[in-house]
Design a protein around this ligand. Structure first.
Ligand SMILES: Cc1ncc(COP(=O)(O)O)c(C=O)c1O
Length: 423
């Protein structure tokens, strides 16, 4: 195992402030505090597992994993099942390097990112939470979010007793950032420590233009982090990711995940691309062995040359079905406008009432009937800001889209009939 280049976490004193080189442009790091429970941990990487050592340090089970031989004899994967009695690599350097290779496109900067620019976590949800715990003081600080957006930002803020300031996106269908309103809030409220921007947005599917992100990054007085959540970025046009931009902007954190385009939601692997100082804080704060051996092996395979080819082929199939839905859905009676963009693996569509107006009663009835009577499960988003009467439809396989397209008109007609009968 590669020896650690980070300070030994266990050597840090109680309630220590991690002392890192802080330049003027990185002054947002000053408030970041790590507490005892995150620090008193000795890592296996203090000593190498070179295959000859007797490892009696981590209370592991030397007799091996309690797995049946049908699993341990399986040689078709790269997972060393018999080695699963040992804790995993806490640093994940090789996986981080593969992620850097993927995102060093030179489309947005001539600088390169390295594994020191990365934190990897249990899905990007871990990074969302870790950033809050790292940069916000409970009961005092706030995050800024732009509804309609991914719900986990506010859930995590609530759990951590962090305040929430909402600056809604501009109107559909662009769902642009309201740069002016955001900038005003960032100037006026010094307790805002994180600004969460989702691009492509969930549930909007809209890619936020780079100049809008830049305007937020360039805010003259804001002294916090701008988090750009790119969970769906590989469904957007090529080179849309701004991950490598963290080499230019020390106040930018870009979140990505293998749960979407890579189809690996089950392994839980997310990444935060950021300045090395921010990565060091997040890495010091995390549970030491947050990435399991199977997750690490499968994630590395997914971002290898062969894995990327599969991801690109599957993404192309999804994009083709997305195009099909974009063409076919407007032909269905009762389907209104697309309310968001087309940069993701879902579409946001209006469901209309009998009068041709977007309406939550109708969309909710359609949603329930689709799921309960026809086994087609979509997401109702009508209560979200700017999404009146909207359903969010994930783009499935060709067969799934065929079934959805055949079922939706029947269900809408049924809902209309029922509403007429009730009157
Ligand atoms: C915008 C956005 N960010 C992050 C996530 C969480 O991803 P992960 O599975 O990596 O935790 C999701 C999941 O739906 C999402 O929609």
């Amino acid at each position: 195992m590669r020896s650690s280049k980070y300070p030994r976490i266990g050597a840090l004193p109680l309630r220590t402030r991690v002392s890192l080189p802080i330049s003027a442009s990185r002054s947002f790091l000053v408030g970041a505090t790590l507490t005892t429970q995150h620090l008193l941990i000795l890592l296996r990487s203090d000593y190498k597992d070179d295959g000859t050592n007797v490892l009696l340090d981590a209370n592991e089970n030397a007799y091996g994993p309690a797995l049946s031989s049908s699993i341990t004899s399986n040689k078709s994967s790269n997972i060393d099942f018999l080695g699963l009695n040992r804790y995993p690599d806490p640093h994940q350097h090789e996986l981080k390097q593969l992620l850097c290779n993927l995102r060093n496109t030179k489309a947005h900067t001539q600088n390169s990112i390295t594994p020191d620019n990365l934190f990897v976590g249990v899905g990007s949800d871990e990074a969302i939470d870790a950033l809050l715990r790292c940069f916000c003081q409970p009961g005092k600080d706030k995050i800024l979010v732009c509804p309609p957006t991914y719900g986990m930002y506010s859930v995590s803020a609530q759990v951590n007793d962090i305040g929430l300031l909402k600056v809604p996106l501009k109107k559909a269908p662009t769902f642009d950032l309201d740069v002016e309103a955001m900038s005003k809030a960032m100037s006026e409220d010094r307790s805002i420590k994180l600004v969460y921007i989702c691009s492509p947005g969930n549930p909007t599917g809209s890619l936020i233009p780079k100049d809008q992100v830049q305007a937020i990054l360039e805010h003259p007085t804001y002294n916090g982090i701008v988090v750009l959540d790119e969970a769906y970025i590989d469904f957007a046009p090529k080179n849309s990711s701004l991950a490598e931009w963290v080499a230019e902007w020390p106040n930018l954190v870009v979140l990505q995940t293998l749960s979407k385009a890579f189809g690996l939601a089950g392994i839980r692997l997310g990444a935060a691309f950021c300045a090395p100082e921010v990565a060091a804080l997040l890495n010091a704060l995390k549970a030491p062995y947050n990435i399991s051996v199977p997750t690490s092996v499968l994630a590395s395979n997914a971002v290898s040359k062969e894995g990327l080819k599969v991801m690109e082929d599957n993404t192309a199939k999804i994009v083709k079905q997305r195009e099909r839905l974009i063409k076919q859905l407007p032909k269905i009676k009762g389907v209104g406008r697309f309310r968001g963009g087309y940069a993701s693996n879902f579409l946001l569509i209006e469901i209309l009432n009998e009068k041709g107006e977007p309406d939550n009663v109708t969309s909710l009835a359609v949603y329930e009937k689709l799921a309960e009577k026809r086994g087609v499960v979509v997401r109702s988003r009508g209560k979200e800001h700017g999404c009146l009467g909207c359903l969010r439809i994930t783009v499935g396989t060709e067969e799934e889209c065929t079934r959805f397209l055949a079922t939706l008109p029947e269900v809408i007609a049924e809902v209309y009939r029922e509403h007429a009968g009730l009157k």
